[in-house]
Design a binder for this molecule. Sequence first.
Ligand SMILES: C[S@@+](CC[C@H](N)C(=O)[O-])C[C@H]1O[C@@H](n2cnc3c(N)ncnc32)[C@H](O)[C@@H]1O
Ligand code: SF4
Length: 463
Amino acid sequence: MLALSPEQREIYLKYAKLSVPRHTSYPAAPFWKDEYPAENVSKAVSELAQGKNALSLYVHIPYCRQLCSYCACNKEIYGDLRLQMDDPRDRLLDNLKEEVKTFYSPLRHNPVQQIHWGGGTPTFLNPKNLETLFETLHKHFDVKQNAEIAIEIDPRVTTDEHLKTLRRLGFNRISLGVQDFSEHVQKAVNRVQSYDLVRKSVETSRSLGFSSVNFDLIYGLPFQTIRSMEETLRLTLSLSPDRIAFYRLAMIPEMFKWQRLFKQKDLPSEETNLELFLLALNVFTDNGYEFVGFDHFAKKDEALTQALEEKTLRRNFQGYYTGGNLPIIGLGPSAVSQTDDHYWQTPKQTRPWEKHVKEGPKFRGMELDSDDQIRKLFLELLYCQGSIDWTSFGDMVGVDAHSYFASEKEALKAFEQDGLVDIHARGFSLTPLLGRLLSRLVGAQFDRHLRRSGSLIKFSQLG
Ligand SMILES: C[S@@+](CC[C@H](N)C(=O)[O-])C[C@H]1O[C@@H](n2cnc3c(N)ncnc32)[C@H](O)[C@@H]1O
Ligand code: SF4
């Protein structure tokens, strides 16, 4: 049984209110420049073309049929009436094709090893649309036969026809938005979907041969209790997903106005949220799952778990992944692209993105200096392996890490006293439970942009 002592619990709760980045990128996206020259993007793209780097493609489908009132994703809602009056799907597909031709034609000979469709809800597209979009990617990129091809689906809008089409196109990983199985919670967040509906999606996906069927769950939602979560976890295990993302509700009502509908009294307290996470951690680890890090769990024979053991795990915008350090090309509104030394992002809303594609580029982004690149790698290692050896890290990036991080090393001493890290002669490691639960806080110490900004930028709460 993994549990915190009363002292550790107190320490956890002391830090839980802090808002710190999740570091799916370093520097975190709010620190990028709002105006980023298109020439920098062209330069990064030609470097990738010359280097014949293998690529990962991310496609953002920005539409959903209904608003879930917790949602922090970049999406636009098309209910029945709006969809009847103005169906955006063909326009989206035309613009995606145009975006590929305008910005990424030099990359047509780079091998594509990974594809991920996210959103919004990619299965907002109908099966014919899915084929058209996939043809566009195949026509303009060299998608490899053995590529890992993943999609996020909402079971409520995904038919057998969708699943058959996806599988025929070569999709092999599928992530279902499940969130919670309790009807009371589902009603409170405007997302009602029965266990049977989820079960059918899982069974059909498995029978079609998807090699990895994954779930997204959220804790911190209104009316969740230990008892309701026990039931959600029981039902989750009964469907045996290969990976589970167990997200803490990211609550920033200043940004996501619909979250203001939540009443404080209906939300679990910080103590309850900690209990909910510890419950899930114990249930999953007792039932054949490994805690990969942050909010991710995977079955013991899953690629993520193997990568964790072999120390080849990586972390990017889509969370933890395997398969080496692939540059990402992002397509669609709000999509992020990244290379070792650049990030760039398209306009978040659909109309400005269409203008960006048709009338003239408008990126935000950042070119990473050498310090950014060092810290980016440092944080990825910390979050993926849970420990740092100063000398070998220094050798990897060509600096004397002892002196380079002298002030951060000093700051680690306070975390050692609180039991978040163990400091030893060669480096430090996160402690197995408290340190891993608060790894974002340790990471934040190494974030130069965060330290410079003070607390002006709002991130989601730690615990
Ligand atoms: C793009 S959605 C997945 C596909 C589809 N839209 C759906 O919801 O089924 C990505 C995931 O982000 C998670 N998510 C959305 N808003 C969140 C929030 N405020 N806090 C934590 N996780 C959130 C949900 O678990 C959701 O499944
Ligand atoms: S959680 Fe998924 S379905 Fe719900 S609004 Fe967000 S992106 Fe759309």
